[in-house]
Ligand binder design. Structure first.
Ligand code: NAP
Ligand code: MG
Length: 474
């Protein structure tokens, strides 16, 4: 683990094996942070807030973030190789992830000195101003699906706003984050501004979120653990942001650029083996175009291949044996309940037999209430449903418990805008879809997808609190 700009072993001596998902073999070991280690990280972060880091100017913080961004780019290939081995993702995807991670530190480096309050007109003999202040010590629970990117997304705005960040990466995706923490020390971040504590969720994660020294929690992961995190935050009356995934729909009308729609839909669900919170995992197709669009989707699906990072195909394995079993269960259940399987992709014959590969599966039509139409699979499985008209499309798009993203595909601009404004989701794309893209674009959920906004300038508001100063000057 990395605390106070130095490496530590766990005080408990416990370690967690690190598995390469493309091979199914252990290739490294990481420390499992104990509750004593969490204490040390939080108290070191508190000292930083009370010392050098707490006194830093916004300009100084911005420069440090920019320097870290440059160091990430200098080490881009090394970081991409680490990420690819640790998570099994295709090397091209890992390379892109590293660029996006650097971009987060660049964006929030530029944002640090632009976060300011305002003056408020009040009574004649008063002057009122607001100022943005850091929460203090922030806890960040990061998932395994995009480790480096999620780290950048969560930690860069927190540091820019002047918080000291204590990070618990997922045990299945922490190596790139540990290396970036080391680069942060090299960039010149003072002791205690950033700590990374790998370990298991139920032990390290729970100890961190319940810690009395934490002032704010940012969580990305499953709705089930999100609930636990929110309870931990509620017990201490601190704030939290929760990003809990989704079942994001594409709404495809017959008048759309169908070629563009089909390409984006397949990429969106196959990318990262479907393990993307904002994956468009439900496709709603206008009845009149249903057969045509489904055939185009099936043709493309059949061409997708899963393989190792080095093969660099459309997708890699899923993250671990448990996740593969979970995805396989959804597939088996859909087949047993008679949902038609329209197309499958392939697993490359050269892929190691021990890897956690799942071939892409396209099911259509999926009944509205079927688990495949409403639950987050987090695998390369696409559910297609027909709709009758615009009202029916809106009803289906808003059905279910999640509300993270949506894509609307049509050449009718008025219809696109009506739907975009009526769909309950944190982001709506029109004639495009970016699963996870755009550091500048505020992002987050409604309903069971969580609350709070990350990315864009909005994240700087989440990671700061507002003080109003009221002066009577007579
Ligand atoms: P998860 O358990 O919610 O894991 C997310 C993060 O929370 C990890 O860092 C995990 O640590 C940590 N964690 C687990 N239990 C915790 C606790 N009691 N207190 C504090 N932190 C805790 O997700 P998962 O089990 O890996 O995946 C299950 C499902 O969640 C997936 O199939 C998918 O549907 C969804 N998911 C969504 C996203 C997303 O981006 N929205 C990301 C990941 C998963 P460890 O992993 O080290 O235990
Ligand atoms: Mg791994």
């Amino acid at each position: 683990m990395f605390i106070g700009n130095r490496w530590f072993a766990s005080t408990s001596g416990q370690t967690v094996p690190v598995v390469a998902p493309a091979e199914g073999i252990v290739f490294a070991e990481i420390a499992e942070a104990s509750s004593e280690d969490v204490d040390l990280a939080v108290s070191t972060a508190r000292e930083a807030m009370d010392g050098t880091w707490g006194c830093s100017t916004a300009t100084q913080r911005g420069r440090l973030l920019m320097r870290l961004s440059a160091l990430i780019l200098d080490h881009a290939e090394e970081l991409a190789l680490i990420e690819a081995r640790d998570t099994g993702r295709p090397i091209s995807l890992a390379r892109n992830d590293v660029l996006v991670t650097a971009r987060y530190f660049e964006f929030y480096g530029g944002g640090a000195d632009k976060l300011h309050g305002e003056t408020i007109p009040y009574l004649a003999d008063f002057f009122v101003a607001t100022q943005r202040e850091p929460h203090g010590v922030t806890a960040h629970i990061i998932p395994w699906n995009y480790p480096a990117q999620m780290f950048g997304r969560s930690v860069a705005p927190a540091l820019a706003a002047g918080n000291a960040a204590v990070v618990k990466p997922a045990e299945d995706g922490c190596l790139s984050i540990l290396r970036i923490a080391e680069l942060a020390a090299e960039a010149g971040f003072p002791t205690g501004a950033l700590a990374v504590l790998p370990g298991r969720g139920a032990t390290t994660g729970a100890a961190l979120t319940a810690h009395p020294g934490i002032d704010f929690i940012a969580f990305t992961g499953s709705p089930e653990v999100g609930e636990l995190v929110q309870i931990a935050a509620a017990k201490r009356h601190i704030g939290c942001t929760l990003e809990l995934g989704g079942k994001s729909p594409h709404v495809v009308f017959g008048d759309a650029d169908l070629e563009a729609a089909v390409a984006a839909i397949v990429t969106g669900i196959v990318q990262n083996a479907g393990q993307t919170c904002s994956a468009g995992s439900r496709v709603l197709i206008e009845r009149a175009a249903y057969d045509r669009v489904l055939k185009a989707l099936a043709d493309r699906f059949a061409q997708t291949r899963a393989g190792t990072p080095e093969m660099d195909l459309e997708l890699g394995p899923v993250i671990n044996a448990k996740q593969r079993a979970r995805v396989d269960r959804y597939i088996a259940n859909a087949r047993e309940s008679g949902v038609p399987l329209v197309a499958t992709g392939q697993i490359h014959p050269g892929a190691p037999p021990g890897g956690y590969f799942v071939a892409p599966h396209l099911f259509a039509p999926v009944p509205e209430q079927h688990p495949l139409a409403v639950e987050e699979v987090f695998g390369p499985v696409l559910a297609v449903l027909p709709f009758e008209d615009e009202a029916d499309a809106l009803r289906l798009a808003n059905a279910g418990e999640f509300g993270l993203l949506a894509g609307v595909w049509t050449r009718d601009g008025a219809r696109a805008m009506r739907l975009a404004r009526s769909i309950r989701a944190g982001q709506v794309y029109i004639n495009g879809f970016g699963a996870g893209g755009g550091v500048e674009l505020p992002f987050g959920g409604v309903k069971r997808s969580g609350h709070g906004r990350e990315k864009g300038f909005e994240a700087l508001y989440e990671f700061s609190t507002l003080k109003t100063i009221i002066q009577k000057h007579g």
